[in-house]
Write a protein that binds this ligand. Structure first.
Ligand code: NAD
Length: 325
């Protein structure tokens, strides 16, 4: 066996793909997950593998966490409360997981001097309208009365903590700000746009676009995101730094819905729904969110390889498989 990795949130969407990839290159994986949004189904194919161990439990359990960090060579911290819908429905628990949980992970990584990748989010840019977004652009966060910003703030605080530990104790931490990451096994249940639109297109239901659909995003295939995470951990020159991790093909959500409908050969109508009918009355969305990934490319040579058409095709195939299963 090569190196041993602890993946917090290892039964989640990105965590399960990362585990597969690390096992394939000969590394060992411990996956710690409380199955709040992740699921054992995501790692069903890995459970029998000798170099894989699923550890049910929470990052809040310090004994378990400390033991696991102590026995692994690298830590990839993905466990978090995620998805706009989930955050709005569970605001307090989300803040606790994303702040107190991450503090525990970082504290043990610092104590045992284990290199850690911290999954942050493009949400930290908040209402910043610059495009493409650079890592040192201002984070423009909305009012505390709008609860979606708690996710952005908690991820920003995670970044501050990781950087503070790095500077104070010179411990190896690298931060990836992930932009919309999509692919097989992503749940549609917590407010993720692409799997939801794909499900609606396949089933012939109206495809629901929030607002007027002019807001733009980029999408990264999970295989590319996993490649970026591994490269960042494999390059010690990246420690103590923040990197955007995302795709470069900008598309409005309206155009995305049309493209999914065409690729699915679906007859679904595209229906526009006001934000306040989906979330609460003072929901705020970002008009545009596009990453500048030059810093990541320069440090690691990373370039996303899977374009949007292939991403949509892969998600549609996965959703069809799931419906059959
Ligand atoms: N998917 C994206 O587009 C995206 C974008 C930006 C950032 N991220 C970040 O990437 C990471 C992984 O996200 P994902 O998309 O795979 O979502 P996910 O929900 O599939 O993964 C998160 C995992 O963490 C687990 N978890 C939650 N609380 C836990 C706890 N207290 N203890 C142990 N496990 C816990 C969940 O059960 C789940 O398996 C998260 O930190 C998320 O904030 C994802």
């Amino acid at each position: 066996m090569g190196q041993r990795y602890l993946i917090t949130g290892g039964a989640g969407f990105i965590g399960s793909h990362l585990a597969e990839r690390l096992l394939a290159r000969g590394d060992g994986v411990y996956a710690l997950d409380d199955e709040s949004t992740g699921s054992r189904n995501n790692i069903a194919a890995l459970l029998e593998k000798p170099d894989f161990r699923f550890v049910p439990g929470s990052i809040m359990d310090e004994d378990k966490l400390g033991q696991l960090v102590g026995t692994c060579h690298f830590v990839v911290h993905l466990a978090a409360a995620v998805g706009v819908k989930y955050i709005l429905e569970n605001p307090l628990a989300s803040i606790m997981t994303n702040v107190a949980g991450t503090e525990r992970v970082l504290r043990y990584c610092a104590r045992y001097e284990k290199p850690v990748f911290l999954a942050s989010s493009s949400e930290v840019y908040g209402l910043q309208t610059r495009a493409p977004l650079k890592e040192d652009d201002f984070c423009v966060i909305g009012a505390t009365s709008v609860s979606r910003w708690s996710y952005a703030c908690s991820k920003a605080l995670d970044e501050f903590m990781a950087l503070a530990y790095h500077h104070k104790k010179a411990f190896p931490a690298v931060i990836g700000r992930l932009f919309n990451t999509v692919g097989p096994r992503q749940s549609a249940a917590y407010g993720m746009v692409l799997p939801r639109l794909a499900d609606q297109a396949i089933s012939g239901q109206p495809m629901t676009v929030y607002g007027d659909g002019s807001q733009t995003r980029t999408f990264t295939h999970v295989t590319d995101a996993v490649e970026a995470i591994i490269r960042l951990l494999d390059h010690p020159a990246t420690w103590g730094q923040v990197y955007n991790v995302g795709g470069t093909e900008e598309i409005s959500i309206r155009a995305l819905a049309e493209r999914i409908r065409t690729q699915a050969a679906s007859q679904s109508e595209i229906r526009f729904i006001a934000y306040d009918q989906v979330y609460n009355h003072n929901f705020q969305d970002m008009p545009r969110r596009v990453p500048d990934i030059r810093k990541l490319r320069q440090a690691t040579g990373f370039q996303p390889r899977i374009g949007l058409d292939a991403i949509i095709a892969d998600v549609l195939a996965d959703r069809r498989r799931q419906r059959r299963g």
